[in-house]
Design a binder for this molecule. Structure first.
Ligand code: AGP
Length: 628
C-alpha cells in the first residue's frame, strides 16, 4: 500500500527519492509524486499510474533540490488521479505532506476547515492534514508545535512525511500505528516507510516508535512524543545484508519466488531445527534471539515457559488472505498433534467482536508483511484481553514484531511479487514446526512420532524440487484452462485451505473468477454453477479423505464440468474421473499442503502470463494492506 520516502543532504533529491520509491513499488500503488524545496518554492510533481509516468515528468522538469519527500499512493479516499496523488500542499504553498493510512475523522475536520475558509482541491482525507498544519502554524510560527497540535486532533492510524518552505533544513516524520524508518548517512538523511528503501543507502537506522515525531536534519535527528516530550534513542547499525531485489533471470518475480520455495523451506527448517541430520532427536528450537535489525532492540522467539505452554486451553489464529489460508492448515495440524481447540478468524471480522480470549488463550497473528492493519488490530484486541500473543511474519522489522510477545520469523528474504507464494509455504512450515514443538512440550506426541514428522518435513524441499521440475508439463495443462471465466477448486481436510489458496492465486493473478470450496459443500449450493464451461479443480491426496473427495469430484463430472486434478503419481483411479491431471510425487496427507499448492501457483502464473496480466503487480492489489 502507500509508501513514504524522504531525503535531505548534499545530493540531488529526486533521483534518490525515485530510487527509494522503486523499492516500495512492490507494496502496491496507483499514483506517485514528490515534493522538493527548489529555491523559494515547493515544487510538487505527481502523476497517476506507474512510477515511469513520474519519472518522465521528472526528466522533463529536472528539479534542482537537495531536500524532498515522495510517495506512492494506493487510493482509498478519491480515485487514483493526478490531483489526488500525494504530496498535498496548503493554499499558501508552504507545507507539503505525504500520508499513509486513514484519517478516520477527516470528514468532520474537513467541514470545520471549510467553515474556517480553507479551500480543498482534492477528494483525499490527507488534505485535512496540510490545512490543519497551516492553520496551527499561523498561530505561533512554531512548526513542531503545529505538527503536535495537528496529529492530536487526527484519529486513525497514520504516518506522515512533511517538508516546509519555512524550515528548509529539515523533514518531519510522524508515525502513529504505522512503520517509518529514518536512515542516517554521511551528511545526508533518509526516510522511508520500509527499511528496505533506507538500507540501499545506509546501515544506520532509527525506527520510529508508535505515536512518535522525528525532526530529521542532515546530520542529526530529534524524537518527540505526541505530547511534545523529547525522547533520546541511539541509532542502530544493521549488520544484515540489504535485501536484493533482482529477478535473477526469471521473467517475473513471482516465478522466481515460486522456484525459491524449496530453499525457503530449507532455510526456515535449518533455523528452527538446526543439526537435524546429525541429531534427529534434537528438539525444535524457537530460541529467543536479539534482533539487531530493529532499533527497538527487540528479541524474538517463543518466550513462553513450558508451564505457560501447558496452560494454553485455546488458540485463536488471526490473519487475512493467503496468511489466513496458512492459518487454516495450522489449525488442523495443531488440533491433530496437540489436541488444543483452535479457531481461525478473519482478522477484519474478529477485531470488533467481543473476543473470547483470556490468560489461557494463545493468539497467533500470521502476516507476511507484519503491517496488515486488520491483523494488527485483531492482535491488539486479543492482547488487551490478556491472551498470550505470537506473531508469524517474514518481516522481523515490522509493527507485528513490535507488538507480539512471541515471534517466529519465516526465512524467505523479501517477497516482491504482490501475490504471496514462498511466504505461504514458509508459514505452513512454521505451523508444522510449531505444532510439533507444542505437542512435545505438552506431551501430546511421543518423541518417536516427533522424529518421524521432522524426517517427513526434511524431505519436503526435495519433493518440491521434483514438482518444480515438471513446470513445462504443468504449463501445457494450465493453458488449457486459460479460456475459463469461472473456476471451482475443491478439496477436503488439510487440503481444503489449498483449494482456497489455489482459487485466491488464480483470481489475483489472472482476474478469472475462482472459488474454493470444501468438497463436501459443493452439493449444498455451488454445484448449481457447474456446466461444461466450468473447470473443477480437485486436490486429491491418498489418505483419510481421498474416497470422499473423489466422490465429490464425480458429482461434478456428472454435471459435465471440465475435470482437473492435482493427484499423486500412481493414483490409477484419477484418470477415470479427471480429464487433466497435475501429477505430483506421492506425499503424506498431513504434510501435503506444503506441495499440493505448487502446481496451482504455477497454473495461476502461466494462465495470467498467457493472458498478458501484470503478474507481479496485479491491478487494485497492495502487498502491505495498511488500512482497515
Ligand atoms: C496474497 O497473495 C495476497 N496478496 C493477500 O491475500 C495477503 O496474503 C493478505 O493481504 C495478507 O497480507 P499479510 O500476510 O502481509 O498480512
Amino acid at each position: 500500500m502507500c509508501g513514504i520516502v524522504g531525503y535531505l543532504g548534499n545530493n540531488q533529491a529526486t533521483p534518490v527519492l525515485l530510487s527509494k520509491l522503486r523499492c516500495l513499488e512492490y507494496r502496491g500503488y496507483d499514483s506517485a509524486g514528490v515534493a522538493v524545496i527548489e529555491g523559494d518554492r515547493l515544487n510538487i510533481i505527481k502523476s497517476a499510474g506507474k512510477l515511469s509516468n513520474l519519472e518522465t515528468l521528472l526528466q522533463q522538469e529536472r528539479p534542482s533540490s537537495t531536500i524532498g519527500i515522495g510517495h506512492t499512493r494506493w487510493a482509498t479516499h478519491g480515485s487514483p488521479t493526478n490531483e489526488n496523488a500525494h504530496p498535498h500542499t496548503d493554499s499558501t504553498g508552504t507545507f507539503a505532506v505525504v500520508h499513509n493510512g486513514i484519517i478516520e475523522n477527516y470528514a468532520q475536520l474537513r467541514t470545520e476547515l471549510i467553515e474556517q475558509g480553507y479551500v480543498f482541491t482534492t477528494e483525499t482525507d490527507t488534505e485535512v492534514t496540510v490545512h490543519l498544519l497551516s492553520r496551527e502554524y499561523e498561530k505561533d510560527q512554531d512548526i513542531l508545535g503545529a505538527i503536535i497540535r495537528t496529529v492530536n486532533v487526527m484519529k486513525g492510524a497514520f504516518a506522515l512525511g512533511i517538508v516546509s518552505l519555512k524550515h528548509r533544513d529539515r523533514i518531519y516524520a510522524v508515525n502513529h500505528h504505522y512503520s517509518l524508518t529514518v536512515g542516517l548517512g554521511e551528511n545526508e538523511s533518509f526516510l522511508a516507510s520500509d527499511s528496505t528503501a533506507v538500507r540501499q543507502y545506509t546501515n544506520k537506522i532509527v525506527r520510529l516508535e508508535q505515536s512518535e515525531i522525528a525532526e530529521i536534519k542532515t546530520n542529526s535527528y530529534r524524537l518527540f512524543s505526541f505530547d511534545g516530550t523529547e525522547a533520546f534513542r541511539e541509532p542502530v547499525s544493521l549488520n544484515t545484508e540489504p535485501y536484493k531485489i533482482d529477478k535473477e533471470g526469471f521473467k517475473h518475480f513471482l516465478l522466481k519466488e515460486i522456484n525459491e520455495q524449496p530453499l525457503v523451506l530449507r532455510q526456515t527448517m535449518s533455523k528452527y531445527l538446526p543439526n537435524f541430520s546429525s541429531n534427529p532427536k534434537a528438539p525444535i528450537s524457537f530460541n529467543v534471539e536479539r534482533f539487531s535489525a530493529d532499533s527497538s532492540e527487540g528479541v524474538y522467539g517463543v518466550k513462553m515457559t513450558d508451564n505457560e505452554i501447558k496452560s494454553i486451553k485455546r488458540i485463536i489464529i488471526v490473519a487475512c488472505g493467503t496468511a489466513l489460508n496458512a492459518g487454516m492448515v495450522g489449525k488442523l495440524v495443531i488440533e491433530q498433534l496437540c489436541s488444543i481447540p483452535v479457531e481461525v478468524e478473519i482478522a477484519s471480522e474478529i477485531q470488533t467482536r467481543n473476543i473470547l480470549a483470556d490468560e489461557s488463550t494463545l493468539v497467533i497473528a500470521v502476516s507476511q508483511s507484519g503491517e496488515t492493519a486488520d491483523t494488527l488490530a485483531a492482535m491488539k484486541a486479543a492482547k488487551a484481553k490478556g491472551a498470550y500473543t505470537l506473531g508469524i511474519t517474514n518481516r522481523p522489522d515490522s509493527h507485528l514484531a513490535q507488538i507480539a510477545s512471541n515471534l517466529i520469523v519465516t526465512e524467505c528474504g523479501i517477497e516482491v511479487s504482490v501475490a504471496a507464494t514462498k511466504t505461504y509455504v514458509a508459514q505452513l512450515m512454521c505451523f508444522y514446526l510449531l505444532a510439533i514443538y507444542l505437542g512435545e512440550k505438552r506431551g501430546s506426541i511421543s518423541q518417536d512420532h516427533a522424529v518421524e514428522m521432522k524426517k517427513t518435513l526434511h524431505a519436503m524441499p526435495a519433493l518440491m524440487e521434483q514438482i518444480l521440475a515438471r513446470e513445462e508439463e504443468y504449463k501445457t495443462l494450465s493453458l488449457k484452462l486459460a479460456d475459463a471465466s469461472d473456476v471451482v477448486f475443491i478439496a477436503r481436510g488439510v487440503n481444503y485451505p489449498t483449494a482456497l489458496e489455489g482459487a485466491l492465486k488464480l483470481k489475483e493473478l489472472s482476474y478469472i473468477h475462482a472459488s474454493g470450496y470444501a468438497a463436501g459443500e459443493l452439493k449444498h449450493g455451488p454445484i448449481a454453477v457447474l456446466d461444461s464451461a466450468v473447470p473443477v479443480i480437485t486436490v486429491l491426496v491418498p489418505g483419510k479423505v481421498y474416497e470422499k473427495t473423489l466422490s465429490n469430484a464425480q458429482e461434478s463430472r456428472a454435471r459435465n464440468a471440465r475435470m482437473v486434478a492435482v493427484a499423486v503419481d500412481g493414483d490409477e483411479m484419477a484418470p477415470e474421473t479427471f480429464d487433466h491431471i497435475f501429477r505430483i510425487p506421492p506425499v503424506e496427507e498431513l504434510f501435503s499442503p506444503l506441495v499440493t499448492i505448487v502446481p496451482l501457483q504455477l497454473m495461476s502464473y502461466f494462465v495470467a502470463d498467457y493472458l498478458g496480466k501484470d503478474v507481479d503487480q496485479p491491478r487494485n492489489l497492495a502487498k502491505s494492506v495498511t488500512v482497515e
